[in-house]
Design a protein around this ligand. Structure first.
Ligand code: NCD
Length: 354
């Protein structure tokens, strides 16, 4: 069964194909208006969402399919204690494809193990969010015309920002891409992402100052500090307004730089930036719908192809240190894989501490 759990489940060529289809959909929507006739999408959202769920649903409607929308899991059998695995087995009987968001890391992977239909990870805790990355990549391509030789600044909550993790995993596969990681000490990138950068040999710098970084960037990807992931509210208060992009700060940026944001924003981009031609974040949301349309078409067509997840090799057991790992919520065997000397949890990628 073919799923999309992590952006690396798609090759660079497949992403380019999706972008081509998305562009064709934008130009000739009528060609696709009945492509998913008789097919159903379930959106199973265990966490709040505006854009992601709406754009998945709009995508399926525009393909001529229909949608079953579960937005408040407090009204489902989950509150009676049903496991994710059981919810998934049932949902799959009613749908041809499932898009799922969950606060625990690795949840979509676990759901996929039980699912006879394709599962799309629409965000699993602070781990990853591959379909936002598809929207982000189409935005970069439409705005700048290329993926190669770009300096990409990622600013804000790099620790819990799942969109950042997936975007890095996607962009590090292109030639000449440099990363500037702009965050306070408390919100630095997790070990597994730093590892991915090092393994790919991608040049990166971890810095604190946004204004110093701005002049070198082609893309500035701003993020919200993810309040819901903090255990300690005081820790959130200390960092919540660490960066605020203003029109004045943008005056030092390249004329062709683009500002992106997965949205929702809180204070990190001031409203005076919205009118700047470099502000691409609202255009980005339209790209999300187009790429989700292309993805749904692909997964329904290739649903019997092997999933990358099934190829993972497990080497050892033990408890995962991440309190938001899905193994802490569901009864699952803790499993780790070994990669370049580091052992990481199969579900959430957290490194096993010695
Ligand atoms: C992001 C998410 O849910 O991770 N939003 C989105 O999907 N567009 C970013 C965020 O919530 O800050």
């Amino acid at each position: 069964m073919r799923h999309l759990l992590d952006i690396t489940d798609l090759s660079v060529e497949e992403i380019e194909d999706l972008a081509r289809v998305a562009e064709d959909i934008a130009e000739h929507p009528e060609k696709y208006a009945e492509s998913c006739k008789g097919k159903k999408l379930i959106t199973l959202f265990f966490e709040p969402s505006t854009r992601t769920r709406m754009s998945f649903e709009a995508a399926m409607w525009e393909l001529g399919g229909s949608v079953i929308s579960c937005t408040d899991m407090n009204t489902s059998s989950v509150v009676k204690g049903e496991t994710l695995a059981d919810t998934m087995r049932v949902a799959a009987n009613y749908a041809d494809v499932v898009a799922m968001r969950h606060p625990y890391e690795g949840a979509a992977y676990v759901a996929s193990l039980q699912s006879p239909v394709p599962v799309i990870n629409a965000g699993d805790g602070g781990h990853c969010h591959p379909t936002q990355t598809l929207a982000d990549l189409l935005t970069v391509h439409r705005e700048l015309g290329r993926f190669d030789d770009l300096t990409v600044g990622l600013c804000g909550d790099l620790k819990y920002g799942r969109t950042v993790h997936s975007l890095i995993n996607a962009m590090l596969r292109y030639k000449g891409v440099k990363f500037v990681l702009i965050s306070p000490e408390e919100l630095k990138l997790p070990d597994y992402e730093l590892d991915a950068l090092k393994r790919a040999g991608a040049p990166f710098a971890e810095v604190r100052d946004l204004e110093e970084a701005i002049p070198s960037l082609d893309v500035l990807y701003m993020t919200r500090v993810q309040r819901e992931r903090f255990d300690d509210p005081a820790a959130y208060e200390r960092v919540k307004d660490c960066y605020v992009l203003t029109e004045e700060k943008l005056s030092a940026a390249k004329e062709k730089m683009i500002v992106m944001h997965p949205l929702p924003r809180v204070n990190e981009i001031s409203a005076d930036v919205d009118g700047d031609p470099r502000a691409a974040y609202f255009r980005q949301t339209m790209n999300g719908k187009l790429m989700r349309m292309a993805l749904i078409l692909k997964l329904l067509k290739e649903k019997n192809a092997p999933s990358a997840a099934e190829k993972r090799a497990f080497v050892s057991g033990g408890k995962c240190a991440n309190k938001k790992c899905i193994t802490r919520l569901e009864k699952l065997p803790p499993l780790f894989t070994a990669e370049n000397g580091a052992e990481k949890c199969v579900y959430c990628e957290t490194h096993r501490k010695a």
